[in-house]
Design a protein around this ligand. Structure first.
Ligand SMILES: Nc1nc2c(c(=O)[nH]1)N[C@H]1C(S)=C(S)[C@@H](COP(=O)(O)OP(=O)(O)OC[C@H]3O[C@@H](n4cnc5c(=O)[nH]c(N)nc54)[C@H](O)[C@@H]3O)O[C@H]1N2
Ligand SMILES: Nc1nc2c(c(=O)[nH]1)N[C@H]1C(S)=C(S)[C@@H](COP(=O)(O)OP(=O)(O)OC[C@H]3O[C@@H](n4cnc5c(=O)[nH]c(N)nc54)[C@H](O)[C@@H]3O)O[C@H]1N2
Ligand code: SF4
Ligand SMILES: [Mo]
Length: 731
């Protein structure tokens, strides 16, 4: 007998409501939930492959301990925790708390308690070395928000907008940028009702299909393009004068700085035509309600802070912020209530506080400690050297830039612990691999996906939507798996540490939600549901009420009207930040023609998300990876022909730093001169890396200490100059 339960796929920020068929204690099918609101029954191949993930033959059902020869053997989870606690204690007493670091990755998203508990343990130890994937993703978003300030009432909801600009993001596949609920359908509906979609992307993506204008620009030129759009809007006097007058400062500086970015200059430099560029600017400026969303495509080619900042400037100059009397976008449901006012909150400190890194002058920043510097913090001898690293739902060996350096670093650690469902590339180097429970074996809720809104305007859910799902099944019989958070709680217990939970959501100055500190009971272990109750202590809608709607619910009673500006509010949005204006001057001064000539490396390698894979996850999932377990190197057919290559050929892709082997595939929709590949594939440097079996690791082509952002440390991760040569088949 099988039963069907409503639940949530929590793999990506979309958090799609799903129906889960359970038979004999095993999950056998996952489909979209037609009864759920907003999503219209949507699900994607990864969500539908969750049964194969849960039942995978290679799923870790027992934690693993590394033997002296590098192989692993099973170990009981209690025993593993005892041993790890003892080692950790020893390292802390010998080398101090800073020798312990955490790295939190994407697969903490399904488990809302895990990141917070990892952080609680680290704080109890006295270390501030807390790193996340955020600083190798789009850290510029939070830097820009801090320099520009924000708008308490937020951005208009997409379904009310007249124009929208997507820069280096492909939400139809990635669900990023706040397009959670069936974005393909949302774009279709919006365009039908008259919205004009504008996309800047070197590839004619799935999201471009509905676009009014597609600027298929040269990668890495987003600051130039955005400055060009601002140039036209200001030069033609199309900006929202009333809004700017009342709410914006620094307008003169911005106007001055974008002056040299004439349409002719921008068109020549980014290799687009003048007419659509000017038309895009006019469409954006004439729309009363709109938005600008940037993505990883515009973050990775360096200058992500500036790109995000100029995107915010476009929003402000066009007056794309919700006004008094309108409906508040993203009112909180599982987060604290707040009053949405039509007024700015002021800029705040973006970096230069908290923990200082020992390399490259880096500090803590609004997006967190620079993860691209963590390998060097492990490698660099001396006081404060990192000796122990915990990886939570993350995979540094696949995801960090400069793979060979990461490899040297992880091998040097005295204690590497990772929580993973399989023997990932990182797990293969780890002293301990803790086997965790999987999605449907744990309760879940949408609070984290809701909280994404604090990462930038337009993110999170537009509507007051929430869902809770109970645990649906027990882990497989005979297994010994724990929830991620139990590792950190268990270590704290063993080390005699008192943990304090911190509810930490809100914009820079925490105008909505000042952090709350809640001591955890260290004698009577809480349940996951107890922790969720703590997390939702001050939520706008009690978690118990959300639980009444197993298919998820839009809490319309939370739909609030935006309040007018406080009489005494003098805050303004800053579009003329000196640091950003200086960077824009540097961009204008670059000899772009010399850079473009780069004869040794005639192609630019960029990144992309695949529908089947989630970063390094699902690569061995039989349902989605059967046909093609690797990441093809997509190229324009004309480029292939010119090089005498055809789809399926193996090539060597060489950057100034290193080289990888890839399998080329023709893609007409890609701009000539560009190679587009997904990241998080390949193998460790000491392993067999047949590109047809495991793909290639694009992170190997980059260096962390060469072209990097001086604030967030993120290095060039895309628009990497490369050469492509046919590979000599290995015998
Ligand atoms: N060159 C290049 N580099 C990039 C990017 C790029 O586009 N190009 N993208 C960057 C971005 S945006 C990001 S966010 C980072 C991602 O960086 P990471 O988060 O470090 O990498 P992931 O591959 O997402 O790691 C997820 C890990 O979680 C494991 N896992 C899967 N399910 C579970 C589970 O249920 N529980 C637990 N505990 N673990 C699980 C997977 O097996 C995998 O090992 O990579 C960045 N690196
Ligand atoms: N299916 C799926 N969904 C995912 C993920 C996944 O691996 N698979 N990963 C998740 C993660 S960790 C993240 S951070 C998000 C990321 O979500 P997005 O930021 O939307 O990432 P992509 O879908 O790769 O879209 C980036 C786009 O930028 C384009 N691009 C490349 N270089 C440039 C450039 O220089 N300028 C401009 N303007 N465009 C450029 C690429 O062609 C690509 O279409 O997706 C999340 N969702
Ligand atoms: S879009 Fe994201 S949340 Fe939705 S089914 Fe796919 S992986 Fe799961
Ligand atoms: Mo990401």
């Amino acid at each position: 007998m099988s039963e069907i339960h409503p639940s949530t796929c929590r793999l990506c920020t979309a958090h799609c409501p799903v129906l889960v068929t359970v038979k004999g204690g095993r999950v056998i099918q996952v489909t979209g939930d037609p009864e759920a609101p907003l999503y219209r029954g949507y699900s994607c191949p990864k969500g539908r492959a969750l049964p194969e993930q849960h039942n995978h033959a290679d799923r870790l059902l027992h934690s693993q301990k590394r033997r002296a020869d590098g192989s692993h053997e099973p170990i009981g989870s209690e025993q593993a925790l005892d041993e790890i606690a003892a080692k950790l204690q020893g390292l802390v007493s010998r080398h101090g708390p800073r020798s312990v670091a955490m790295y939190i990755g994407t697969n903490t998203l399904p488990y809302p308690a895990s990141g917070g508990m990892a952080n609680a343990l680290l704080r109890a130890i006295g270390s501030r070395m807390f790193f996340t994937a955020n600083t190798i993703d789009q850290p510029g978003k939070q830097i820009a928000q801090a320099l520009h300030g924000g708008w308490i009432a937020g951005q208009p909801a997409f379904d009310s907008a007249h124009a929208w600009l997507l820069v280096g993001t492909n939400p139809v596949i990635s669900k990023a940028g706040g397009f959670n609920e069936n974005p393909a359908q949302a774009f279709k509906d919006a365009v039908k009702r008259g919205l004009k979609l504008i996309v800047i992307d070197p590839r004619r993506t799935e999201s471009v299909r509905r676009a009014h204008i597609h600027l298929q620009a040269r990668p890495g030129e987003d600051p130039t393009l955005l400055a060009g759009l601002l140039h036209v809007i200001i030069a033609e006097g199309l900006y929202d004068k009333e809004f700017v007058e009342e709410n914006v400062q620094g307008f003169e500086s911005l106007a001055d700085q974008v002056k040299p970015f004439t349409p002719d200059y921008v068109a020549r430099r980014a290799d687009v035509r003048v007419e659509p560029l000017v038309e895009a600017a006019r469409v954006l400026a004439r729309a009363k309600r709109g938005g600008v969303t940037t993505g990883t495509g515009s973050s990775f080619p360096t200058r992500g802070n500036l790109t995000s900042y100029l995107a915010l400037c476009l929003n402000s100059v066009c007056g794309y912020w919700v006004r008094a009397g309108e409906k508040l976008r993203s009112p909180n449901v599982l987060l604290q209530p707040y009053t949405g006012k039509a007024q700015p909150y002021p800029p705040y400190k973006a970096w230069g506080y908290g923990e200082k890194l020992r390399v490259r002058g880096l500090t803590n920043t609004t997006p967190g400690l620079p993860t691209a510097a963590l390998a060097d913090e492990i490698l660099l001898e001396g006081k404060g050297q990192v000796k122990a690293l915990f990886c939570v739902g993350s995979n540094p060996m696949m995801a960090w830039p400069d793979q060979r350096r990461s490899f040297e670093a992880l091998k040097k650690l005295e204690l590497l612990v990772t929580l993973d469902i399989e023997m990932s590339a990182t797990a293969r180097l780890a002293h301990y691999v803790i086997a965790p429970r999987l999605t449907f074996e744990t309760p879940g809720m949408t609070q984290t996906a809701e909280g994404i809104k604090y990462f930038g305007p337009g993110l999170g859910f537009d509507d007051p939507y929430a869902q809770y799902t109970p645990k649906l099944l027990d882990p497989p019989e005979g297994s010994d798996v724990i929830e991620d958070w139990e590792l950190f709680y268990g270590l704290a217990q063993r080390m005699g540490l008192e943990l304090q939970w911190v509810n930490f959501y809100g914009w820079g100055r925490h105008i909505e939600s000042p952090p709350q500190v809640i001591p955890l009971d260290m004698q009577n272990k809480p349940t996951t549901d107890d922790i969720y109750e703590i997390m939702c202590r001050n939520s706008r809608i009690p978690l118990s009420e959300v639980k009444q709607y197993p298919h998820g619910h839009v809490f319309d009673e939370v739909n609030e009207v935006v309040q007018p500006r406080d009489e005494d509010c003098e805050y303004r949005l800053d579009v003329g930040n000196a640091y950003m204006m200086q960077e824009l001057t540097q961009v204008r001064a670059e000899d772009f023609e010399a850079r473009q000539r780069n004869p040794g490396y005639p192609f630019l390698l960029v990144s992309r998300r695949s529908y089947q894979f989630l970063n390094s996850s699902f690569r061995t999932n039989p349902r989605v990876a059967r046909r093609k377990p690797y990441n093809p190197a997509f190229m324009n057919p004309k480029d292939l022909a010119r090089l005498g290559l055809k789809s399926g050929d193996t090539v060597t892709i060489r950057s100034p730093h290193d080289s990888i082997r890839g399998v080329v595939e023709a893609e007409r929709d890609l701009r000539p001169g560009v190679i587009s590949m997904s990241h998080a594939f390949g193998a460790n440097p000491d392993e067999d890396d047949d590109p047809r079996q495991v793909g290639a690791n694009t992170g190997r082509l980059t260096r962390v200490d060469n072209e990097y952002d001086p604030i967030t440390g993120i290095p060039r991760m895309a628009a990497i100059p490369v050469a492509v040569e046919a590979s000599i088949p290995s015998s």
